[in-house]
Design a protein around this ligand. Structure first.
Ligand SMILES: [Zn+2]
Length: 563
């Protein structure tokens, strides 16, 4: 057993691909119809035989239609948040009606159900409304939709507007020490301020984070020809949300060892710094250009990568998204294709017409009825050409380029990999999926020292096994080992498709057994590299989440053992 060097941790660490967010973000789909919110089993809502009841045809709420945060169980002293998902049974677009929430007889919150987050889910969102300090054991929570009966049509039956459920408040000393004592701390460098959580990988690597930020931001300033006005603020969180980056007033970045969304720290910093510097310039831009520009400046989406050969690959794969359609639906479109198209289009414009003319474009956008209309208008001002003319000239240019199988495969497997990452999140960590991510006001969390929402996440053995497999997919794609990537992807997808069963897939079963063997020896795996009958595992020792050691396991008579 030996300590692992920092460099290893860093390559493992970062994920990116921010979604530029509205100041507040989103939620969590309802999990299995559980009555009590106990320490969540984290993984498989296994295909349980739920009684099929006739769905009401008016506004209603049922078991499971409330998400309780922090995820994975409530411990005494937690400040608890709720997301309430009303069901619009008549499907008439009900929204902006009130929802009330009670603990016993005490009203905890009262507020509107409205469209929320990138996914626009209908929900009432109550962040940190219930302080559980001093509480222990089962607590009764009640939700009432439209308590004063304000809705005139679409809520005929009042009996189905109330949901009562139990939250079991666990003793605080059952939390791992690091989580129990976690708090936000701040470090600064010339360029930036960094908020991070004690005991996290970010705290361990703060010096590397500092120097990476300095060089990345200098790189972006040089490229954009613009200096930042004040210090940039970064929040480092200890769980994966979305693809690892969110930008609002400050930038929130996932920094963890078991980062199954891949990516590199330098790329994330460049991407987010490009957004911030670009915004300093004022004005508005279509999301396709805003995200494309950040990706172009960073030199890649999750890692450095050549845009044009991958774009030629996307065309060969027949996955090209027409620009007007993409502009009008940017965040809902296939994520990796959308960001790549944006960056590749900008690379083409810069190569063809020069950087100066591109900066004219950045300042040329005017409010319009749609983002494609905004894009069309800006292109006409900067290049005197319509969107469709620019698009067809660009496509002609791309079709004249030779197809490189390596980059075609890279594009194909990157798309499949991130689609699988999102499928995993939807199934087993719904607070993490970017459309429904639970990202409450992080500035307030830092101010009030609330860490649990940014730190606790599902980490049952099944989660660990699947996440370590996803990391291997990323590693294989980077090494252009597409056969391995395909094998691991098929395996992870088989587990997801079966609702969390590891029995039907030999590779997945190995990963689960390796995870269980390491956990049994007291180590939480962060990465697992398997070679037939032996495996190398980067793992955290007990009660030291941010320390990493390397252990090896060997399969003897079909059983994995720590050496
Ligand atoms: Zn972005």
């Amino acid at each position: 057993m030996r300590p692992i060097r920092f460099a290893f941790a860093i390559t493992a660490a970062l994920a990116l691909a921010c979604n530029t967010l509205l100041p507040r973000a989103a939620p969590t789909p309802t999990v299995a119809p559980t009555e009590a919110v106990a320490p969540t089993p984290a993984v498989p809502p296994t295909a349980a035989a739920t009684p099929t009841l006739a769905r009401p045809s008016d506004l209603y709420i049922g078991p499971g239609d409330v998400a309780v945060h922090p995820d994975t169980g409530i411990y005494s002293g937690d400040r608890v948040s709720f997301e309430v998902f009303p069901r619009d049974g008549a499907n008439i677009g009900l929204e902006n009606f009130p929802v009330a929430m009670y603990w016993g007889e005490t009203q905890l919150a009262f507020g509107p159900a409205e469209r929320y987050g990138l996914g626009g889910r209908l929900q009432a969102t109550f962040a940190w409304v219930w302080d559980t300090a001093g509480l222990a054991g089962p607590q009764t929570i009640t939700v009432v939709l439209d308590p004063q009966g304000e809705i005139r049509s679409g809520d005929e039956i009042k009996d189905n507007n109330t949901l009562t459920f139990t939250v079991n408040v666990l003793p605080r000393n059952e939390l791992p020490v690091a989580q129990r004592e976690a708090e936000w701390i701040t470090a600064e460098s010339d360029c930036c301020a960094f908020n991070y959580i004690t005991g996290s990988a970010a705290e361990r690597d703060i010096e590397t984070i500092r120097s990476t930020a300095e060089s990345a931001i200098a790189f972006v300033e040089e490229k954009l020809g613009r200096e930042q006005a004040g210090k940039m603020a970064f929040n480092f969180i200890d769980r994966l949300l979305g693809h690892g980056g969110f930008a609002s007033d400050s930038v929130t970045i996932t920094y963890i060892d078991r980062d199954y969304a891949g990516g590199g720290l330098e790329t994330v910093f460049r991407h987010e710094a490009a957004h911030i510097l670009n915004r300093q310039g004022g004005g508005q831009r279509p999301s396709l250009i805003e995200e494309g520009m950040a990706t172009y400046i960073a030199g890649g989406h999750f890692k450095e990568e050549p845009f044009e050969p991958r774009m030629v690959g996307v065309l060969a794969l027949d996955r090209y998204i027409p620009l007007a359609q993409l502009a009008d639906n940017f965040y809902a479109s296939q994520h990796e294709i959308g960001y790549l198209e944006g960056a590749a289009l900008i690379e083409y414009l810069v190569a063809e017409y020069g950087w100066d003319q591109f900066t004219v474009l950045l300042g040329a956008f005017q409010r319009a009825g749609s983002e494609s209309a905004m894009l069309d208008g800006g292109l006409r001002v900067a290049y005197n050409k319509s969107l469709s003319t620019i698009e067809s000239e660009w496509l002609d240019h791309l079709r004249a380029q030779p197809l490189d199988e390596r980059w075609k495969n890279d594009a194909a497997f990157t798309i499949a990999y991130y689609d699988t990452v999102r499928r995993y999140q939807q199934a087993f960590d719904s607070s993490a999926h970017f459309l429904t991510a639970w990202v409450p006001d992080i500035a307030r969390a830092v101010r009030e020292d609330i860490t649990a929402d940014y730190d606790r996440h599902p980490s049952a053995p099944q989660n660990v096994a699947l996440e370590t497999m996803l990391i291997e997919v990323d590693r294989a794609i980077e090494a252009a080992d597409f056969a391995t990537a395909a094998r691991y992807l098929a395996s992870v997808n088989a587990v997801i498709a079966s609702g969390g069963s590891f029995d039907s897939d030999a590779l997945a079963a190995d990963y689960l057994q390796l995870t269980l063997a390491a956990l049994d020896a007291g180590y939480e795996p962060q990465r697992i590299h398997l070679e037939s009958d032996s495996a190398t595992v980067a793992a955290s020792p007990p009660e030291q989440a941010a320390a990493l050691v390397e252990i090896t396991l060997t399969r003897v008579d079909g059983v994995w053992r720590v050496n």
